[in-house]
Design a protein around this ligand. Structure first.
Ligand code: GLC
Length: 444
Protein backbone atom coordinates (compact mmCIF):
# COMPACT_ATOMS: atom_id res chain seq x y z
CA UNK A 1 0.00 0.00 0.00
CA UNK A 2 1.21 3.47 -0.79
CA UNK A 3 2.22 5.65 2.12
CA UNK A 4 -0.32 8.32 1.22
CA UNK A 5 -3.12 5.74 1.18
CA UNK A 6 -2.11 4.53 4.62
CA UNK A 7 -1.98 8.08 5.83
CA UNK A 8 -5.49 8.86 4.57
CA UNK A 9 -6.73 5.62 6.07
CA UNK A 10 -5.24 6.44 9.47
CA UNK A 11 -6.58 9.95 9.35
CA UNK A 12 -10.10 8.82 8.54
CA UNK A 13 -10.02 6.13 11.26
CA UNK A 14 -8.88 8.74 13.74
CA UNK A 15 -11.59 11.08 12.54
CA UNK A 16 -14.39 8.55 12.89
CA UNK A 17 -12.99 7.45 16.25
CA UNK A 18 -12.97 11.02 17.53
CA UNK A 19 -16.48 11.44 16.13
CA UNK A 20 -17.74 8.45 18.07
CA UNK A 21 -15.98 9.69 21.20
CA UNK A 22 -17.76 13.01 20.63
CA UNK A 23 -21.16 11.41 20.23
CA UNK A 24 -20.57 9.35 23.37
CA UNK A 25 -19.75 12.57 25.18
CA UNK A 26 -22.94 14.22 23.92
CA UNK A 27 -24.93 11.17 25.00
CA UNK A 28 -23.38 11.16 28.45
CA UNK A 29 -24.01 14.87 28.87
CA UNK A 30 -27.62 14.73 27.84
CA UNK A 31 -28.30 11.71 30.05
CA UNK A 32 -26.66 13.26 33.08
CA UNK A 33 -29.70 15.01 34.56
CA UNK A 34 -31.68 11.80 34.11
CA UNK A 35 -29.03 9.67 35.80
CA UNK A 36 -28.83 12.12 38.71
CA UNK A 37 -32.61 12.62 39.08
CA UNK A 38 -33.45 9.17 40.55
CA UNK A 39 -37.15 9.84 41.04
CA UNK A 40 -39.91 10.78 38.62
CA UNK A 41 -43.70 10.85 38.95
CA UNK A 42 -45.69 9.20 36.18
CA UNK A 43 -49.26 10.41 35.62
CA UNK A 44 -51.93 8.41 33.84
CA UNK A 45 -54.80 10.81 33.36
CA UNK A 46 -57.52 10.16 30.84
CA UNK A 47 -61.12 9.15 30.21
CA UNK A 48 -60.66 5.79 31.95
CA UNK A 49 -60.47 7.61 35.32
CA UNK A 50 -64.16 8.49 35.03
CA UNK A 51 -65.56 4.96 35.38
CA UNK A 52 -62.38 3.84 37.08
CA UNK A 53 -61.52 1.13 34.55
CA UNK A 54 -58.39 -0.14 32.82
CA UNK A 55 -56.79 2.59 30.74
CA UNK A 56 -57.73 1.93 27.09
CA UNK A 57 -57.40 -1.83 27.56
CA UNK A 58 -60.93 -2.08 29.01
CA UNK A 59 -62.52 -1.61 25.57
CA UNK A 60 -59.68 -3.24 23.66
CA UNK A 61 -60.17 -6.38 25.74
CA UNK A 62 -63.95 -6.21 25.55
CA UNK A 63 -64.89 -5.37 29.16
CA UNK A 64 -66.83 -2.38 27.84
CA UNK A 65 -67.88 -1.45 24.29
CA UNK A 66 -65.99 1.33 22.56
CA UNK A 67 -69.22 3.31 22.42
CA UNK A 68 -69.72 3.13 26.16
CA UNK A 69 -66.05 3.79 26.79
CA UNK A 70 -66.42 7.09 24.91
CA UNK A 71 -69.32 8.14 27.13
CA UNK A 72 -66.73 8.83 29.80
CA UNK A 73 -65.98 12.10 27.99
CA UNK A 74 -68.98 13.48 29.87
CA UNK A 75 -67.45 12.79 33.28
CA UNK A 76 -64.03 14.09 32.31
CA UNK A 77 -64.69 17.52 33.79
CA UNK A 78 -61.29 18.59 35.13
CA UNK A 79 -63.26 20.93 37.39
CA UNK A 80 -60.98 20.48 40.40
CA UNK A 81 -57.83 20.37 38.34
CA UNK A 82 -55.02 22.41 39.84
CA UNK A 83 -51.84 21.98 37.80
CA UNK A 84 -49.85 24.20 40.14
CA UNK A 85 -50.80 22.00 43.14
CA UNK A 86 -49.92 18.87 41.13
CA UNK A 87 -46.48 20.26 40.36
CA UNK A 88 -45.93 21.26 44.02
CA UNK A 89 -46.90 17.79 45.22
CA UNK A 90 -44.48 16.23 42.74
CA UNK A 91 -41.72 18.63 43.69
CA UNK A 92 -42.23 17.93 47.41
CA UNK A 93 -42.09 14.17 46.86
CA UNK A 94 -38.47 14.63 45.86
CA UNK A 95 -39.07 13.81 42.20
CA UNK A 96 -37.03 15.75 39.67
CA UNK A 97 -39.25 15.05 36.67
CA UNK A 98 -42.72 14.01 35.72
CA UNK A 99 -44.11 12.10 32.75
CA UNK A 100 -47.76 12.62 31.82
CA UNK A 101 -49.93 10.72 29.35
CA UNK A 102 -50.55 13.27 26.63
CA UNK A 103 -52.42 10.50 24.81
CA UNK A 104 -52.94 6.87 25.78
CA UNK A 105 -53.80 3.97 23.44
CA UNK A 106 -57.45 5.12 23.38
CA UNK A 107 -56.34 8.20 21.42
CA UNK A 108 -57.82 10.85 23.74
CA UNK A 109 -55.42 13.83 23.70
CA UNK A 110 -54.98 16.18 26.65
CA UNK A 111 -53.91 19.12 24.50
CA UNK A 112 -55.52 21.17 21.77
CA UNK A 113 -54.25 19.12 18.87
CA UNK A 114 -55.03 20.22 15.33
CA UNK A 115 -55.09 16.58 14.33
CA UNK A 116 -58.62 15.36 14.86
CA UNK A 117 -60.99 16.50 17.58
CA UNK A 118 -60.79 13.63 20.05
CA UNK A 119 -59.23 15.72 22.79
CA UNK A 120 -59.97 17.47 26.08
CA UNK A 121 -60.92 20.71 24.31
CA UNK A 122 -63.35 19.43 21.69
CA UNK A 123 -64.62 16.10 22.97
CA UNK A 124 -65.03 16.29 26.75
CA UNK A 125 -66.83 18.35 29.40
CA UNK A 126 -63.45 19.79 30.45
CA UNK A 127 -63.48 21.90 27.24
CA UNK A 128 -59.90 22.95 27.79
CA UNK A 129 -56.31 22.10 27.10
CA UNK A 130 -55.16 20.45 30.34
CA UNK A 131 -51.61 19.64 29.26
CA UNK A 132 -50.22 23.13 28.66
CA UNK A 133 -50.82 24.50 32.20
CA UNK A 134 -49.22 21.40 33.72
CA UNK A 135 -46.10 21.72 31.57
CA UNK A 136 -45.89 25.40 32.58
CA UNK A 137 -46.26 24.50 36.27
CA UNK A 138 -43.55 21.83 36.04
CA UNK A 139 -41.10 24.27 34.47
CA UNK A 140 -41.97 26.93 37.05
CA UNK A 141 -41.08 24.44 39.76
CA UNK A 142 -37.83 23.54 38.08
CA UNK A 143 -38.95 20.03 37.19
CA UNK A 144 -38.10 18.30 33.92
CA UNK A 145 -40.97 17.68 31.51
CA UNK A 146 -41.68 14.18 30.22
CA UNK A 147 -44.44 13.48 27.72
CA UNK A 148 -45.92 9.99 27.41
CA UNK A 149 -47.25 9.34 23.91
CA UNK A 150 -48.91 6.12 22.76
CA UNK A 151 -47.98 5.12 19.23
CA UNK A 152 -51.17 3.05 18.77
CA UNK A 153 -54.39 5.05 18.57
CA UNK A 154 -57.23 2.57 18.79
CA UNK A 155 -59.96 5.16 18.22
CA UNK A 156 -58.54 6.80 15.10
CA UNK A 157 -60.31 5.47 12.06
CA UNK A 158 -57.19 5.08 9.95
CA UNK A 159 -55.19 3.19 12.55
CA UNK A 160 -54.86 -0.55 11.91
CA UNK A 161 -55.88 -2.03 15.27
CA UNK A 162 -59.16 -1.47 17.07
CA UNK A 163 -59.86 -4.22 19.60
CA UNK A 164 -58.38 -7.58 20.45
CA UNK A 165 -60.54 -9.32 17.86
CA UNK A 166 -61.03 -6.69 15.25
CA UNK A 167 -58.43 -5.13 13.06
CA UNK A 168 -59.43 -2.37 10.66
CA UNK A 169 -56.97 -3.25 7.91
CA UNK A 170 -53.52 -4.56 7.14
CA UNK A 171 -50.80 -2.15 6.04
CA UNK A 172 -49.90 -4.17 2.95
CA UNK A 173 -53.53 -4.03 1.77
CA UNK A 174 -53.97 -0.31 2.30
CA UNK A 175 -50.58 1.44 2.33
CA UNK A 176 -52.16 4.84 1.61
CA UNK A 177 -54.36 4.55 4.66
CA UNK A 178 -51.33 3.75 6.80
CA UNK A 179 -49.56 6.77 5.31
CA UNK A 180 -52.47 8.87 6.49
CA UNK A 181 -52.03 7.54 10.00
CA UNK A 182 -48.27 8.21 9.89
CA UNK A 183 -48.93 11.84 8.96
CA UNK A 184 -51.43 12.06 11.78
CA UNK A 185 -49.28 10.65 14.54
CA UNK A 186 -46.08 12.32 13.43
CA UNK A 187 -48.00 15.58 13.10
CA UNK A 188 -49.11 15.25 16.71
CA UNK A 189 -45.55 14.56 17.79
CA UNK A 190 -44.36 17.63 15.94
CA UNK A 191 -47.02 19.66 17.77
CA UNK A 192 -45.85 18.30 21.12
CA UNK A 193 -42.27 19.08 20.26
CA UNK A 194 -43.12 22.62 19.03
CA UNK A 195 -45.46 23.41 21.92
CA UNK A 196 -43.59 21.92 24.85
CA UNK A 197 -40.05 21.09 23.78
CA UNK A 198 -40.10 18.14 26.24
CA UNK A 199 -36.99 17.03 28.08
CA UNK A 200 -38.11 13.45 27.60
CA UNK A 201 -40.50 11.46 25.41
CA UNK A 202 -42.03 8.32 26.86
CA UNK A 203 -43.30 6.16 24.01
CA UNK A 204 -45.55 3.16 24.50
CA UNK A 205 -47.28 0.48 22.45
CA UNK A 206 -44.53 -0.03 19.89
CA UNK A 207 -45.27 -3.78 19.87
CA UNK A 208 -48.09 -3.33 17.35
CA UNK A 209 -45.76 -2.52 14.44
CA UNK A 210 -42.13 -2.85 13.53
CA UNK A 211 -39.56 -0.08 13.37
CA UNK A 212 -39.92 0.39 9.64
CA UNK A 213 -43.69 0.63 9.83
CA UNK A 214 -43.58 3.24 12.60
CA UNK A 215 -40.69 4.96 10.78
CA UNK A 216 -38.95 4.93 14.14
CA UNK A 217 -35.53 6.25 12.99
CA UNK A 218 -37.19 9.20 11.19
CA UNK A 219 -39.25 10.01 14.28
CA UNK A 220 -36.15 9.94 16.44
CA UNK A 221 -34.38 12.21 14.01
CA UNK A 222 -37.29 14.65 13.86
CA UNK A 223 -37.42 15.00 17.64
CA UNK A 224 -33.65 15.29 18.05
CA UNK A 225 -33.33 17.80 15.22
CA UNK A 226 -35.65 20.01 17.21
CA UNK A 227 -33.91 19.40 20.52
CA UNK A 228 -30.66 17.38 20.48
CA UNK A 229 -30.80 17.08 24.27
CA UNK A 230 -34.17 15.44 24.49
CA UNK A 231 -34.27 11.89 25.83
CA UNK A 232 -36.38 9.04 24.40
CA UNK A 233 -37.34 5.92 26.31
CA UNK A 234 -36.70 2.57 24.67
CA UNK A 235 -40.25 1.89 23.52
CA UNK A 236 -39.68 3.17 20.02
CA UNK A 237 -38.51 -0.16 18.72
CA UNK A 238 -35.15 0.26 20.43
CA UNK A 239 -34.50 3.71 18.97
CA UNK A 240 -34.44 5.17 22.44
CA UNK A 241 -31.90 6.08 25.08
CA UNK A 242 -32.85 4.05 28.13
CA UNK A 243 -34.55 0.82 29.21
CA UNK A 244 -37.97 0.70 30.88
CA UNK A 245 -38.54 -2.38 33.03
CA UNK A 246 -42.14 -2.34 34.19
CA UNK A 247 -43.68 -3.04 37.62
CA UNK A 248 -41.12 -5.45 39.06
CA UNK A 249 -37.81 -4.32 40.48
CA UNK A 250 -35.23 -6.29 38.48
CA UNK A 251 -33.72 -8.97 40.72
CA UNK A 252 -30.30 -8.74 39.16
CA UNK A 253 -28.72 -5.45 38.21
CA UNK A 254 -29.92 -4.47 34.71
CA UNK A 255 -27.21 -4.37 32.06
CA UNK A 256 -28.33 -1.13 30.45
CA UNK A 257 -26.37 1.91 31.43
CA UNK A 258 -29.57 3.94 31.84
CA UNK A 259 -32.84 2.50 33.09
CA UNK A 260 -36.02 3.46 34.84
CA UNK A 261 -38.47 1.20 36.62
CA UNK A 262 -42.04 2.33 36.07
CA UNK A 263 -44.38 1.18 38.78
CA UNK A 264 -47.98 1.75 39.86
CA UNK A 265 -48.79 3.09 43.32
CA UNK A 266 -51.50 0.42 43.73
CA UNK A 267 -52.22 -2.11 40.97
CA UNK A 268 -53.50 0.30 38.31
CA UNK A 269 -51.96 2.94 36.07
CA UNK A 270 -55.07 5.12 35.97
CA UNK A 271 -57.49 5.90 38.80
CA UNK A 272 -59.60 2.90 39.74
CA UNK A 273 -61.96 3.45 42.61
CA UNK A 274 -62.08 -0.24 43.33
CA UNK A 275 -58.33 -0.73 43.61
CA UNK A 276 -57.39 -0.47 47.28
CA UNK A 277 -54.17 -2.39 46.99
CA UNK A 278 -51.89 0.55 47.67
CA UNK A 279 -48.23 -0.01 48.36
CA UNK A 280 -47.25 1.53 51.67
CA UNK A 281 -44.87 4.49 51.82
CA UNK A 282 -42.41 2.20 53.55
CA UNK A 283 -42.58 -0.38 50.77
CA UNK A 284 -42.12 2.28 48.11
CA UNK A 285 -39.09 3.68 49.92
CA UNK A 286 -37.66 0.14 50.10
CA UNK A 287 -38.18 -0.39 46.37
CA UNK A 288 -36.79 3.04 45.59
CA UNK A 289 -33.62 2.30 47.58
CA UNK A 290 -33.26 -0.98 45.69
CA UNK A 291 -33.63 0.81 42.36
CA UNK A 292 -31.08 3.56 43.02
CA UNK A 293 -28.75 1.06 44.67
CA UNK A 294 -28.70 -0.71 41.32
CA UNK A 295 -28.13 2.48 39.35
CA UNK A 296 -31.66 3.13 38.07
CA UNK A 297 -34.51 5.60 38.40
CA UNK A 298 -37.98 5.01 39.80
CA UNK A 299 -40.93 6.42 37.87
CA UNK A 300 -43.77 6.12 40.35
CA UNK A 301 -47.23 6.31 38.82
CA UNK A 302 -50.30 8.11 40.15
CA UNK A 303 -53.79 8.29 38.64
CA UNK A 304 -55.84 11.47 39.12
CA UNK A 305 -59.65 11.32 38.93
CA UNK A 306 -61.75 12.63 36.04
CA UNK A 307 -62.34 15.88 37.93
CA UNK A 308 -58.59 16.41 38.20
CA UNK A 309 -58.26 15.73 41.92
CA UNK A 310 -55.57 13.36 43.14
CA UNK A 311 -56.87 10.59 45.46
CA UNK A 312 -55.93 11.13 49.09
CA UNK A 313 -54.09 7.76 49.39
CA UNK A 314 -51.80 8.81 46.55
CA UNK A 315 -51.15 12.25 48.03
CA UNK A 316 -50.21 10.62 51.33
CA UNK A 317 -47.68 8.30 49.75
CA UNK A 318 -46.05 11.14 47.81
CA UNK A 319 -45.87 13.26 50.95
CA UNK A 320 -44.39 10.43 52.99
CA UNK A 321 -41.85 9.80 50.28
CA UNK A 322 -40.99 13.50 50.26
CA UNK A 323 -40.32 13.55 53.96
CA UNK A 324 -37.83 10.71 53.56
CA UNK A 325 -36.14 11.93 50.36
CA UNK A 326 -35.59 15.41 51.74
CA UNK A 327 -33.96 14.03 54.89
CA UNK A 328 -31.67 11.74 52.86
CA UNK A 329 -30.88 13.91 49.83
CA UNK A 330 -27.14 13.38 49.74
CA UNK A 331 -27.48 9.61 49.66
CA UNK A 332 -29.92 9.78 46.74
CA UNK A 333 -29.38 12.47 44.10
CA UNK A 334 -26.28 12.45 41.97
CA UNK A 335 -25.08 9.14 43.39
CA UNK A 336 -24.20 5.98 41.48
CA UNK A 337 -25.00 2.29 42.06
CA UNK A 338 -23.62 0.89 45.31
CA UNK A 339 -21.54 -2.15 46.22
CA UNK A 340 -22.53 -5.76 45.40
CA UNK A 341 -24.84 -7.44 47.91
CA UNK A 342 -22.17 -9.88 49.08
CA UNK A 343 -20.48 -6.93 50.80
CA UNK A 344 -23.56 -5.42 52.39
CA UNK A 345 -26.90 -7.18 52.67
CA UNK A 346 -29.00 -4.27 51.56
CA UNK A 347 -29.17 -1.42 49.07
CA UNK A 348 -26.30 1.04 48.92
CA UNK A 349 -25.19 3.97 46.78
CA UNK A 350 -21.85 5.66 46.20
CA UNK A 351 -20.90 9.28 45.59
CA UNK A 352 -19.72 9.88 42.02
CA UNK A 353 -16.07 9.89 43.12
CA UNK A 354 -16.77 6.64 45.00
CA UNK A 355 -15.27 7.80 48.28
CA UNK A 356 -18.61 7.98 50.11
CA UNK A 357 -20.63 4.87 50.67
CA UNK A 358 -24.29 5.11 51.75
CA UNK A 359 -25.88 2.10 53.39
CA UNK A 360 -29.66 1.80 53.48
CA UNK A 361 -30.81 -0.01 56.56
CA UNK A 362 -34.35 -1.24 56.85
CA UNK A 363 -35.89 -1.74 60.28
CA UNK A 364 -33.80 -2.19 63.40
CA UNK A 365 -30.44 -3.92 62.85
CA UNK A 366 -30.43 -4.67 66.61
CA UNK A 367 -27.09 -3.12 67.28
CA UNK A 368 -24.81 -3.68 64.30
CA UNK A 369 -24.59 -3.20 60.56
CA UNK A 370 -22.05 -5.34 58.75
CA UNK A 371 -19.77 -4.59 55.78
CA UNK A 372 -17.72 -7.47 54.40
CA UNK A 373 -14.55 -7.36 52.35
CA UNK A 374 -14.07 -3.61 52.27
CA UNK A 375 -10.37 -2.92 51.82
CA UNK A 376 -10.56 0.77 52.57
CA UNK A 377 -9.94 2.30 55.89
CA UNK A 378 -13.02 4.10 57.17
CA UNK A 379 -12.39 7.71 58.10
CA UNK A 380 -15.77 8.59 59.54
CA UNK A 381 -19.32 7.25 59.80
CA UNK A 382 -22.52 9.17 60.54
CA UNK A 383 -26.28 8.91 60.25
CA UNK A 384 -27.62 10.83 57.24
CA UNK A 385 -30.14 13.53 58.10
CA UNK A 386 -29.40 13.07 61.79
CA UNK A 387 -25.66 13.68 62.07
CA UNK A 388 -24.84 11.28 64.91
CA UNK A 389 -21.33 9.87 64.50
CA UNK A 390 -21.07 6.09 64.70
CA UNK A 391 -18.14 3.90 65.65
CA UNK A 392 -17.04 0.60 64.10
CA UNK A 393 -14.86 -2.41 64.77
CA UNK A 394 -12.89 -4.56 62.35
CA UNK A 395 -12.96 -8.28 62.97
CA UNK A 396 -10.99 -11.04 61.26
CA UNK A 397 -8.24 -9.17 59.47
CA UNK A 398 -4.78 -10.69 59.79
CA UNK A 399 -1.49 -9.09 58.84
CA UNK A 400 -0.41 -11.84 56.41
CA UNK A 401 -3.58 -11.83 54.29
CA UNK A 402 -5.16 -9.34 51.86
CA UNK A 403 -8.47 -10.24 53.38
CA UNK A 404 -9.66 -7.03 54.98
CA UNK A 405 -11.94 -8.58 57.58
CA UNK A 406 -15.48 -7.71 58.54
CA UNK A 407 -16.49 -4.26 59.65
CA UNK A 408 -19.21 -3.92 62.28
CA UNK A 409 -20.87 -0.53 62.64
CA UNK A 410 -22.64 0.11 65.92
CA UNK A 411 -26.07 1.65 65.35
CA UNK A 412 -28.01 2.69 68.44
CA UNK A 413 -31.78 2.46 68.29
CA UNK A 414 -32.35 6.15 68.89
CA UNK A 415 -30.82 7.18 65.54
CA UNK A 416 -33.12 4.96 63.47
CA UNK A 417 -35.42 6.52 60.89
CA UNK A 418 -39.09 5.47 60.94
CA UNK A 419 -38.90 4.31 57.33
CA UNK A 420 -35.31 3.53 56.44
CA UNK A 421 -32.07 4.67 58.06
CA UNK A 422 -29.16 5.74 55.89
CA UNK A 423 -25.58 5.50 57.11
CA UNK A 424 -22.82 7.53 55.45
CA UNK A 425 -19.39 5.90 55.39
CA UNK A 426 -16.48 8.15 54.42
CA UNK A 427 -13.68 6.04 52.99
CA UNK A 428 -9.97 6.83 52.82
CA UNK A 429 -10.16 6.84 49.00
CA UNK A 430 -12.08 5.28 46.16
CA UNK A 431 -14.03 2.22 47.29
CA UNK A 432 -11.89 -0.89 47.05
CA UNK A 433 -13.45 -4.31 47.49
CA UNK A 434 -11.90 -7.65 48.23
CA UNK A 435 -13.16 -9.99 45.50
CA UNK A 436 -10.69 -12.85 45.84
CA UNK A 437 -11.69 -16.41 46.64
CA UNK A 438 -10.40 -16.15 50.17
CA UNK A 439 -7.82 -18.95 50.06
CA UNK A 440 -6.77 -20.23 53.46
CA UNK A 441 -3.17 -19.23 53.06
CA UNK A 442 -2.08 -16.66 50.54
CA UNK A 443 1.48 -17.08 49.36
CA UNK A 444 3.76 -14.11 48.78
C1 GLC B 1 -48.14 -0.84 29.46
C2 GLC B 1 -49.63 -0.67 29.31
C3 GLC B 1 -50.06 0.75 29.37
C4 GLC B 1 -49.36 1.56 30.41
C5 GLC B 1 -47.88 1.34 30.33
C6 GLC B 1 -47.11 2.07 31.37
O1 GLC B 1 -47.47 -0.64 28.27
O2 GLC B 1 -50.04 -1.15 28.07
O3 GLC B 1 -51.43 0.79 29.55
O4 GLC B 1 -49.63 2.88 30.13
O5 GLC B 1 -47.59 -0.01 30.44
O6 GLC B 1 -45.80 1.63 31.43
Amino acid sequence: MKKSVIFVFLLSTMFSWSQSVDSLKVEQEKMQWFKDAKLGVFIHWGLYAVNGIDESWSFYNGYISHKNYLKQTKGFTAKDYNPEAWAKLIKNSGAKYSVITSKHHDGFALWDTKYGNFNSVDAATSKKDVLTPFVTALRKNDLKVGIYYSLPDWTYNDYTNFTRDSIRYKIQDEPKRWKKFLNYYQGQLKELSDNYNPDLYWFDGDWEHNSEEWQAPQVRKMLLDKNPNTILNSRLREHGDYATPEQGMPITRPKSKYWELCMTINDSWGYQKNDHNYKTTNQIIGIFADVIGNGGNLLLDIGPKGDGSIPKEQVEVLEGLGKWTSKHKEAIYGTVAGIPKEHFYGPSTLSKDKTMLYLFVKGDPKGEVVIRGLKNKINRIWVVGNGTKLSHKVVGSVYWSHYPGIKYIQVPEYVLDDEMTVIAVLLDGKVDLYREDGAVIESN
